[in-house]
Design a protein around this ligand. Structure first.
Ligand code: SAH
Length: 339
């Protein structure tokens, strides 16, 4: 999966196969820019501060975020140093072009989150974790009770495997259940959570993940924009798996970070002002354009569209409090969790 996706992102325009939230509505990147500016204030306005995006795609989210930051939070705009985590040379060039002229200091690219320099940090990632490679463990009869799915000669085969490591070992599984383990996502979240627990910082992860993950396979391929067999043409299809937010939350709590969410994307964006911002953008536009803007906002927020399956989760230094977009404990069910 890792090699197939590396080849895919290095050679193809992923946006021919799927569309992401920042490509649907400019308000998405703007609201995340506002989120970062408010969070920066709550961190005590450190200067300089690293603003990081992991997996920036075409650079659209960050271009929209920076346009808003430069307009409404110029002090944050001046303090931030932009770092992008991106492996694809092709997409790095697209990002450089999208962001040209929006920053006073140069952009730094990294292959891995581990390579980011030290210091206060705000990191945003939309549909990044879902592209990272998973293992599939199948609970079966036999000595250890666990098999792992491997790929051989273009097909899946089962090999005796190791039992799932923490935190997946706490899951209730029945015979035949499949557990998906995304080691790179767990490692990245552990690293980022440790960082923000030590140095004031915040990480906002948006991705699609079910409410109750644990068993069931979610590996999927999109080839030419259509669902396909994941093994059919490796490197030509986009491979993703659902993000296991509860497992990532456990790992982050263990590292001492405060975890907010996971919260449905619809509730998160609505609290940030998605509809107010969209109405503001639509004002004075021709009716068809105004309707298209409202439709786009609805697509991001409506529960039957991207509003429920997509989730937002933040990992923060405990001093930051509840970041914008997340429910405060007395505003309905508490979503903040502490160790
Ligand atoms: N965030 C963007 C793009 C999502 S596509 C959006 O919302 O539109 C996934 C992005 O992650 C692409 O930029 C891809 O090149 C990058 N990516 C995928 N695997 C990666 C990895 N292992 N390391 C760094 N970047 C990766």
């Amino acid at each position: 999966m890792a090699r197939a996706n590396a080849a895919y992102y290095a050679t193809r325009d992923p946006f021919a196969d799927f569309i992401t939230a920042p490509e649907i509505a400019q308000a998405f990147g703007e609201l995340l820019g506002a989120w970062a500016a408010v969070t920066w204030q709550a961190m005590g306005a450190p200067d300089p501060v690293l603003l990081v995006e992991a997996g920036p795609g075409r650079g659209t989210l960050m271009a929209d975020a920076l346009r808003l930051i430069n307009r409404v939070a110029p002090a944050f705009g001046a303090a931030l140093r932009l770092h992008l985590v991106e492996t694809s040379p092709r997409l790095r060039a697209v990002q450089a072009e999208a962001l040209a002229g929006r920053l006073a200091t140069p952009i730094t690219w990294h292959d891995r989150t581990q390579d980011l320099p030290d210091g206060p940090l705000i990191l945003l990632a939309n549909e990044f974790l879902d592209a990272l490679p998973i293992r599939q463990l199948v609970h079966g009869p036999g000595a250890g009770g666990w098999m792992e799915r491997h790929v051989r000669d273009g097909g899946f085969v089962l090999h005796p495997g190791l039992p799932p490591p923490p935190p997946l070992d706490r899951r209730d599984v029945a015979l035949g259940d499949v557990l998906e383990l995304c080691e790179p996502a767990l490692a990245i979240v552990a690293l980022l959570a440790r960082r923000v627990a030590q140095t004031p910082g915040a990480v906002l992860l948006l991705d699609y993940g079910p409410d109750q993950p644990g068993s069931g396979e979610t590996l999927q391929a999109l080839l030419g924009g259509q669902p396909a067999d994941p093994l059919l043409r490796p490197g030509e299809a986009d491979l993703t798996a659902h993000v296991d937010f509860p497992a990532l939350a456990d790992v982050a709590l263990e590292q001492g970070a405060a975890v907010h969410g996971p919260e449905g994307q619809g509730a998160f964006l609505s609290r940030l002002g998605l509809f107010a911002r969209t109405e503001r953008l639509a004002r004075g536009r021709p009716p068809a354009e105004a309707r298209a803007l409202l439709d786009a906002a609805h697509r991001l927020a409506a529960p039957e569209r991207m509003g429920r399956l997509f989730k937002a989760m933040a990992l923060c230094h405990p001093s930051i409090g509840v970041p914008p977009g997340f429910a405060v404990p007395d505003d309905g069910p508490a979503t903040e969790r502490t160790a």
